[in-house]
Ligand binder design. Structure first.
Ligand SMILES: [Cu+2]
Length: 444
């Protein structure tokens, strides 16, 4: 805490007669300048939380109310979103819902009761538009783990790793279907680019639980660990009905997965992106068995497309009809001569998009129809949804807060409207949400 914050905090204590405001916060996050040496000699200057990137790992207990103080040491208004949590609008950090900003050089205190349990995260929710130092292009992200009331804990080590793409620049691809994009020079997994951080140190016979997050502003990520397999326990922090095992894990922007790796192949390995270019830019981490030395090994895994349906539970012969249905179709409007393209929901750009009108306690189906231009990770705020159909194939029991809808694909989800208040539904790619790709869920 610097002198200014101290005075600010002291001032709050001295002037407030509200007993609640005098209580020390359970967590304090300070938004400020950070220098991150992502690789030797390559320093990223950005903003982050509490002087580190990623921000501190926060642990909260499901159902135990928390108070979080957020101090903004920058000159721009900020928003902090609790991704995957059923928080009130006031704490959600979404301007569109009416959540308050953390004012420049100011402070915001938020209160909420953490739920549901699982691997969540927190990040800035400001618009960046064509300023690639703001929003999800910055270093403002961190893990939040909400501890369940009963933690099975059947693992020997727990390792949190977020993937990230750095040093963004605007790129014109010359592809008329999707010409403008953002390109990145260097990638990281965890705190550093591949080969520049501490290795993950393991022992033979251990069960290692990796909690993995794609914290990128715009890019999907893939990971493999040669000689080992990933057993998927959760997607977006929610237990999957079928714990399928895969060679390659794919996470769209904002998605998480908890995976168990049985460490039964001693050596020094690269856990990294299957594509050479992505690994060479830094997407990976070294996994080193105790007592093993030598150059880290890499082997290209089999190439199989990611398919959520392998995690499905048994599909019931009939599913009760939802109380309402929404069809959403996503398309691009080309920007032509300047960045970026615009993105429409049913032909309209936010804020003109039509809200989804819902009643409390009812169950709704949303059909997410995607056009040809790009895949989109669709994120629902303050609620979860269950995937019920992927490309026409019924699935059951896969509960998420972000679902990737591939090009030309349709994914159907259902959610229960059980958390009144405006709720944002949007594509999580920063350059899509900034340019129109948002709509609201409105309780009526
Ligand atoms: Cu998108």
């Amino acid at each position: 805490m610097n002198r200014r914050q101290f005075l600010l905090a002291a001032g709050t204590l001295a002037t407030s007669s509200n007993a609640g405001a005098q209580r020390k916060a359970d967590h304090t996050l300070r938004i400020g300048a950070v220098s991150l040496e992502v690789a030797k000699g390559q320093v990223i200057r950005t903003t982050g939380y509490n002087g580190s990137v990623p921000g501190p790992l926060l642990r909260m207990k499901e159902g135990s109310p928390v108070t979080v103080d957020i101090f903004n040491e920058t000159d721009v208004p900020e928003l902090l979103h609790w991704h995957g949590l059923f928080v009130p609008v006031k704490a959600d950090g979404a301007e569109e819902e009416g959540s308050p900003f953390v004012p420049p050089r100011g402070h915001l205190r938020v209160n909420f009761t953490p739920a549901p349990s699982g691997t969540r995260w927190y990040h800035t929710h400001v618009m960046a538009m064509d300023n690639l130092s703001l929003g999800a292009y910055s270093g403002q992200y961190g893990f939040l783990y909400v501890e369940p009331k009963n933690e099975p804990g059947a693992y020997d080590q727990e390792i949190f790793l977020a993937g990230r793409h750095w040093d963004p620049s605007v790129l014109r691809r010359g592809d008329p279907n999707n010409d403008w994009t953002v390109d990145y020079k260097i990638y990281s997994l965890g705190e550093r680019a591949l080969g520049h951080g501490e290795p993950v140190r393991v022992k033979q016979g251990q069960r290692v639980l990796f909690r993995l997050l794609n914290a990128s502003a715009t890019r999907s990520m893939n990971l493999a660990l040669p000689g080992h397999k990933f057993k998927i326990l959760t997607l977006d922090g929610n237990p999957v009905p079928t714990q399928a095992t895969v060679d390659v894990l794919t996470l769209a922007v904002a998605e998480r997965a908890d995976v168990i790796v049985e460490m039964n192949n001693p050596g020094v390995w690269i856990m990294g992106a299957p594509r050479d270019e992505d690994r060479n830019k830094g997407m990976g981490v070294i996994v080193e068995y105790s007592g093993q030395t030598g150059a880290p090994q890499w082997r290209t895994p089999p190439d199989r497309p990611w398919d959520y349906s392998i995690f499905s539970g048994p599909v019931p012969p009939t599913r009760p009809s939802p109380d309402g249905k929404f069809d959403l179709e996503f398309h691009m409007l080309p920007a032509e001569d300047k960045p970026f393209n615009k993105w429409t929901v049913n032909g309209k750009l936010y804020p003109e998009t039509d809200p989804l009108r819902v009643k409390k306690g009812k169950r709704y189906r949303i059909l997410l129809h995607n056009g040809h231009e790009d895949g989109h990770p669709i994120h629902i705020h303050r609620h979860n949804f269950e995937i019920v159909k992927i490309a026409g194939k019924p699935v059951a029991g896969i509960v998420k807060d972000t679902v990737n809808v591939p090009r030309d694909g349709t994914v159907e989800v259902e959610f229960v409207a059980d958390n009144p208040g405006l709720s944002l539904l949007h594509c999580h790619m920063q350059l899509h949400m900034d340019y129109g790709f948002k709509t609201m869920i409105k309780y009526v």
